[in-house]
Structures are given as C-alpha cells and as structure tokens.
Design a protein around this ligand. Structure first.
Ligand code: BGC
Length: 771
C-alpha cells in the first residue's frame, strides 16, 4: 500500500436506446423513478452518517507529488480508513486503485466507495491532439470519439472521473491554457463541450467504460487580465452571458455530472466562494444537478485573495454552493468548528454531502465499487492498435495549413529532404501539455513517421539545427518539475545552425519542425512574447537564405506571431501537439495521403500588441475601415488591425469556390425559417474537405452587437471539379442575444447572413425580419 502513496506523479443523460424505443412521457417517468430510487438510497445513507463522515465525503485528496500546486496531502491511508476522504486523484492502474478502494469499502464504518479522478484531458494512454488542435478539426464526431476512447482507457485503469472538458473561452494567446480549450467562440465552444461530455459519459455513467465529466473552470478563467495565469477577471454581465458562459451552460444541458470552480475572482468574489455563480447561475438559472469541486487548493487561495482565514473562506465556499474541496482540506479541518459556532448549517453540509453521494450513485459505485477495476481490460483496452489508428486519423484532421505557396505541399515521395529543427527527431514534445498518464516513449517522432511512410524512397538529411531556446533561465522554468522536459544540445548555436544549412544545401526541400515544446503551453505557462523562440528563428532565417523551398511544421499550444514566417516560408503546416501518433499523422499530410482541412478556432495576431484579438469584436463608433491605419479611427499607428490568420481560417491542397448567397426569402415574420444556400465548388486538383461557415450580423439593435457571430457550419467533401449546395436553416433562435436587462431575445430589423471559408472571407445577403 505504502508504495502507492509514495509514487511520484509526473506529470444526464437518458439512455439513447430508451429514447428511441420509448415515448417521451415513459422516459420521463423512468427518469423520475430512478431519481426517486437515488433519493431514497442517499437519504437513507445520510441519516446513518456522523458529521465527520459527511465532511469526509467533501474532501478530495491527491496521492503523490503534485503537478499543479505545491501542496500534497499527507496521512491519506489513515484518513480513508476514518472516512475522512470522499475521493482521490492522481493514481491509476487497476491494482493500485483496487488497493485504495479496498481501504474505503472494507475498512470504513459505512463502506462508502471513493471516486477516482484524474486529469484526462486529451486522451489517457493514447494521446490525441491538444484540445485547441482537436477543436481545429471542426468534426464533432471525431472529438466525441476521442473522449470515448479516453473514457474506455481511463476506466480500464480504475478511473471514473475526468477533469475535462475545459470549456473556458480564450481570446488571449499569451495565456498558456488556451491550449486546453476550444478557442475564442462561444457557439463553437458549446458544440465541442457537448461532444466531449457525450463521449465521456456515454449513454449511462453506470456503463463500465463511461466516466463522469468535470467541466472546468467555472467560470471565465480564460478572461484573465494580460493573459497572466491565475490573474483577475473582470467583465460586464452582458459579456459574460453572451461570450463566456454559453459553453458551460451547454455542458449543463448535455448532462455533465460535475463542475470545477475556477481560481479567478468574478465581480471581486473568487469563483470558489461565489454564491451568484455557483448557486444562482449554475443551479437556479441553469438547473445543474451535479456537484461542484474546487480547483486545486482554490478554497485556501481565497485567503490570499483577501477574503479571510481558512475557516472563514471554507464556510463561505460551502455556503456559496461548493461541494468538494480539492487538496486544501479547508472543509475537513474547519467545517465542524464552523457548524458548532453557527457559521454553517447542518443542512448546508448535508446538501454538499448528498451531491457527492449522488455522483457516486450515478456512477453505479454503490452497486459495484470495483466496476471499472478489471485487470484484463487494462491489458486489452489500453493503447491498442485500434486506438492508435483512431488517434492518427483524429490528429491529421486537426492540422491547419496556414500557408502553401506554389503548391509546395504535398511533397513528393522521392528525392531528398532536409529534416531540421529541435522537434524533428523528438518524441516527448509530440504529446503536448496535460498528459498525466501518457508515455512519450510510445509516441512517433516526425522523423520516424516520415520513414514509416516513405521508407527509402526519400533521402532524409537530418540536423537538429537549433535548441528549443538558448535562454538558460527560460529552460530552467520549462524544466520546472525537476524533469528534463527540454534537452539542450551543448554545441554552439552557430554550429547547430550550420549543420542545418548544410543539410538544406544538399536537399530538394527543407522541412523545419519548430515551435513550442511541451512545457511552453498549458497551466502556468503564460508567455509575454509569443514568437517562435529566437534560436529557432535564427535557424529559419539562415535556411530561408539557401533559396530552397522551406516548409515549416509548427508545434504550438497557442496562436503564435508568425509574420516573418508567413512572409518567408513556402508552406506552414500547424500541427499543434498531435499526440501519440504525431509523426505518422504528419507524414500522411506532408506527403498528400491526407489533404488537410483544419481551421483555426483562435485568431492568430500579427503582434502580441493586438491582443485580445477575436473575430466577433464590436464595431466601435469609429470603425477601422480595413484599409490600414487612418487618423481618428479605432486602429494603431504602427500596425493594421487585421489578424495574420482570422478565426475559421485554414487552407487545403485544393481550392474551393463559393457562389453568392441565395436566400429563400428576404422578408420574414415571427418564427418563420430562413434558408440560406451557397454552392461550393472544388476548383483544384485534389479531393478535399471544406468547413463551410455561417455567420450572422445584427447591425441595428438596442445594444451594440458584435460585427458577426458564428451560428453554424457544415463540413463537406468534394472531388476535383465537384459542386455541392450547402444550405443552412436559420430561425429566430440564431438571432437572440442578451440585452441590458440580460433578457435573451431577438429584436426585429435587418440581419446580414454571411457564408464563407473563414470569418473574414464570406459572401453575404441581407433580410428584413419582423416580429
Ligand atoms: C488545474 C485543473 C486541474 C487540477 C487537478 C489545477 O491546478 O487548474 O485544471 O484539473 O489542478 O490537477
């Protein structure tokens, strides 16, 4: 037992078949019966519990060294036996989990099982692209599939709760956690949230291969000032409701079992102790029925926020609607005293305890605490060839072709390539941030992937060419956990660079694999400068001078500033951090076995000074005219307002032509439906997929609206020369917004329907829609 505690850790659904078979009222009746059964069970259990046992259920601990904070729990084994722990995170593996579950079910008075959580963020053992990359696929089927596989692998290793999806809207690329979400758009983020939750929770959380999702970070975490991690968030209520809260709400509607509070303040009150947020919005307005856990020591951190001592902030959090305390043990150590002093009530403790027990009930843990602890599944369901093959497919769908001049890509499967850059012959950085149980030694490097695909057909002239960075203090920070996350080649930078240039000179084309290493994005990885680090840029500059076609394969956990690269490279393929099958998926795309179709879900700025930059901004009273800086307009003296690559942008090896937008009517009334249609033609030489995007503008309203908002998209597949009509049905639902009274409704008037290949390049038509 002991050895596991010392292990170092590195790093509502109604069953679908029932819906199909039974009429709605029967389904409702069945759900009610299940709820009644759960209530009877949980009430019976609570009635038997002492106050200590109830408070114990609210205590979540981690076993082992921490990845995300400096505090680690102590005396866990004894506490479990005393019933002072409700859940554990940080261990996985059937044997280990079983041993810890045994402590709870065999040694405690009431035998209440533990819930086992982990940061399964983009895969468990088989790692998929980082979430920002996954979102660039614009493929909800694939996104859901990645979550299903993650759930299957996680349950095979004893887990039943995952700290995902992260649905925080992020419009600031300096914030390292932009990598963990689905970008800047509330509507799109809501679709992804739903797909992930369906994937994790399946048709029933009682299934052996389903986990409970934990939606995070509630709320607005991505709005941190200056893109600085854990920083203050302050925004208007309209902005919250219109732009930041929708994905969390979509997660509630999709039946998410749990939520995690965020570290930041909202209207001055930390989210973790914010009654308006956790009770009024989440439960009363949205009807959330699950439980809320704090983020890592977030209860304790309310002390540093200036809200009082541990007893005070713990009471505040409980009263606000927080049910479980992660790691900090403020609930465990102070709630009983607060109860005695009348600072919290027995009902408040009972309610939080009830919600935690209900989660365990919904997971089927009272029927079988060992339901996902099955050593045979661990050997047959994890990192299987099938999972890897799905990962390869999902990865290539996430890549975004940012530039491709003179059809440099795809490459021929003959001749020679100079394969250069610190990420070219590298396995660790293929996985990206948050890969707690992912094993980088199982990942495919770019070099290996190319060899696997083209064998001896292509001569590879390899040179590292540059270290990730030459800045030693930066390297020290990247190696924060005492692990060698970044390995540095001791050769002088010039020598490395010359080797790359020599490799380039004897090759037909250069493939430079550059960008951010694993620890450069994710939690606690904000950057003030979002360029490719200087050492790598110097190498790219030297390579560009050789005159050979320069293909950049870009690794990045965030939008980077790529103006130089856009000007000088022949092609740029953004692969984010693709996961276990990185190299194979990259080779598939580089050599044309798959034609890339991803589109970015976060705007790429020209300069960090443009941040926050996002497509659905306001017009202002002095709008920028799109023609460059001019006096007394909302723009910059030194730079255009335009992004380098707009939201929804991404190229293909083929080209697509769009017709004008055809509308079935131009005057509508009330709840009528508008149909907007375009014809899309594949005008190039390759078969390819295109994400056809629908945006709507509301130019006259009671408040100043965004210049446009994404409302739908369709992904189509076209053979060369083929044409398809793509139609969108639009109802008043798509016209609604939050007004100054925070009423969600639409206002009659003119609307502009825009359809196109990205948020900047659209065809439009307008309608008059009266109430
Ligand atoms: C992060 C969460 C994570 C938790 C548990 C925190 O530091 O903000 O996203 O789920 O740690 O590891």
């Amino acid at each position: 037992m002991k050895k596991y505690f010392s292990t170092r850790i590195i790093n509502r659904v109604i069953p679908l078949c029932v819906v199909v078979l039974l009429p709605f009222n029967k389904v409702l009746a069945q759900t009610k019966t299940e709820d009644t059964k759960m209530n009877v069970f949980v009430t019976g259990l609570i009635n038997k519990m002492t106050i200590d046992e109830k408070i114990g259920q609210l205590n979540l601990v981690t076993i082992g060294a921490a990845t995300t904070g400096s505090v680690v729990n102590k005396g866990v084994e004894d506490k479990i036996k005393k019933g002072a722990i409700g859940g554990v995170f940080g261990i996985w593996g059937a044997d280990k989990v079983k041993e810890v579950q045994d402590l709870a079910t065999k040694s405690t008075r009431l035998h209440i099982p533990l819930i086992f959580g982990l940061d399964v963020i983009h895969g468990h053992r088989t790692i998929f692209p980082i979430p920002l990359g996954l979102s660039a696929s614009w493929d909800m089927g694939l996104i859901k599939r990645s979550a299903q596989i993650a759930a299957k692998e996680a349950t095979a290793e004893g887990l039943n709760w995952v700290y995902s999806p992260m649905v925080d809207i992020a419009r600031d690329a300096r914030w390292g956690r932009i990598s963990e979400g689905s970008g800047e758009d509330p509507w799109y983020g809501s679709q992804v949230a739903k797909a992930m939750i369906q994937g994790y929770q399946g048709s029933s959380m009682k299934n052996a291969d389903a986990v409970m999702a934990c939606v995070k970070h509630f709320a607005l975490y991505g709005g941190a000032e200056a893109g600085r991690e854990y920083n203050t968030v302050d925004m208007s209520r309209i902005k919250m409701y219109q732009d930041y809260l929708p994905p969390y709400r979509a997660a509630v509607d999709a039946g998410a079992g749990s939520f995690m509070s965020s570290f930041n303040t909202i209207d001055g009150v930390p989210a973790t102790g914010n009654q308006w947020l956790l009770t009024d919005v989440l439960r009363k307005q949205w009807g959330f029925k699950g439980f809320v856990v704090s983020d890592y020591t977030a209860v304790n951190e309310m002390e540093a926020h200036g809200l009082g001592d541990l007893q005070m902030v713990s009471a505040l959090a409980l009263k606000a609607g927080l049910d479980m305390d992660m790691v900090g043990e403020g609930f465990l150590t102070t709630l009983k005293k607060s109860l005695a002093e009348g600072k919290v009530t027995k009902q408040e403790i009972d309610l939080a305890c009830r919600r935690v027990l209900e989660a365990k009930y919904k997971l089927g843990l009272f029927d079988n605490p060992y339901k996902s602890i099955d050593a045979t599944r661990e050997t047959k369901d994890v990192l299987t060839p099938e999972n890897r093959s799905e990962a390869r497919n999902i990865s290539k769908h996430s890549f975004v072709l940012l530039k491709n001049s003179a059809q440099t890509l795809p490459l021929k499967k003959t001749g020679s390539i100079a394969l250069v850059g610190p990420l070219a012959n590298n396995q660790r950085d293929m996985l990206g941030t948050w890969v707690v149980a992912g094993d980088w030694e199982k990942s495919i490097s770019v070099m290996q992937g190319i060899k696997n695909l083209v064998g001896n057909g292509v001569t590879i002239n390899y040179a590292k060419g540059a270290n990730i960075t030459e800045d030693s203090s930066f390297i020290q920070r990247l190696n924060f956990f005492g692990q060698q996350m970044v390995t540095v080649d001791k050769k002088p930078a010039d020598e490395l660079l010359n080797e790359a240039v020599e490799a380039a000179k004897k090759s037909d084309v250069i493939v430079a694999v550059v960008g951010e290493s694993q620890s450069m994005s994710g939690e606690s990885s904000s950057r003030a400068d979002i360029d490719i680090p200087e050492s790598q840029k110097n190498m790219l500059k030297a390579l560009a001078k050789t005159g050979k076609p320069l293909v950049i394969v870009l690794f990045n956990g965030r939008p980077l500033t790529l103006t130089w690269e856009d000007e000088h490279a022949s092609a740029i393929l953004d692969v984010w951090a693709p996961g276990t099958e990185a190299g194979n998926a990259i080779a598939d795309v580089l050599f044309g076995d798959y034609n890339p179709a991803g589109k970015i879900t976060a705007t790429f700025p020209r300069s960090v000074g443009q941040i926050p930059i996002y497509y659905n901004h306001k017009n202002t009273g002095r709008p920028y005219d799109g023609k460059g800086p001019s006096k007394f307009k909302s723009n910059y003296l030194d730079i255009s307002n335009d992004p380098l690559y707009p939201f929804g942008y991404g190229l293909s090896y083929t080209t697509f032509g769009y017709s004008d937008v055809k509308l079935n009517k131009t005057k509508l009334k009330g709840t009528e439906t508008l149909t907007a249609t375009v014809t899309v033609t594949n005008t190039g030489k390759y078969a390819g997929e295109e994400v056809v995007q629908l945006y709507i503008s509301d130019p006259v309203a009671s408040i100043s609206r965004s210049v446009k908002e994404l409302k739908n998209f369709k992904k189509i597949n076209l053979q060369p020369g083929e044409q398809k009509e793509v139609s969108f049905n639009i109802t008043p639902e798509e016209l609604k917004f939050y007004n100054t009274q925070l009423k969600y409704d639409w206002e009659p008037g003119k609307f502009i329907v825009q359809i196109g290949t990205n948020s900047s390049d659209t065809h439009s038509a307008s309608v008059q829609w009266d109430k």
